[in-house]
Design a protein. Structure first.
Length: 83
């Protein structure tokens, strides 16, 4: 065998391995995003039906905390999938 043929085969094997690289699943992002969207819709509907919602400052902090955690989860899974 010629050395040039062996080197060309080695180069092609390296590039083929790069193209068959495993991609991360996007399912965690879709799940986190869907939960975040459903939470936002439910809170909006409930808030329109009950103008006094949330009744206390503690309840307001709890609702905001849950929303912030869901947002961090959605953004975090998006970053995880992208990297």
């Amino acid at each position: 065998m010629d050395l040039a043929v062996i080197l060309a085969a080695a180069e092609n094997a390296g590039t083929a391995a790069e193209h068959t690289e495993e991609h991360k699943s996007e399912v965690p992002f879709f799940v986190a995003g869907a939960i975040f969207a459903a939470f936002a819709i439910l809170i909006s509907v409930y808030g329109f039906k009950r103008p006094e919602f949330p009744a206390t400052a503690g309840a307001a902090r709890a609702v905001m905390s849950v929303g912030a955690m869901l947002m961090v989860a959605a953004v975090g899974t998006a970053i995880y999938v992208a990297l």
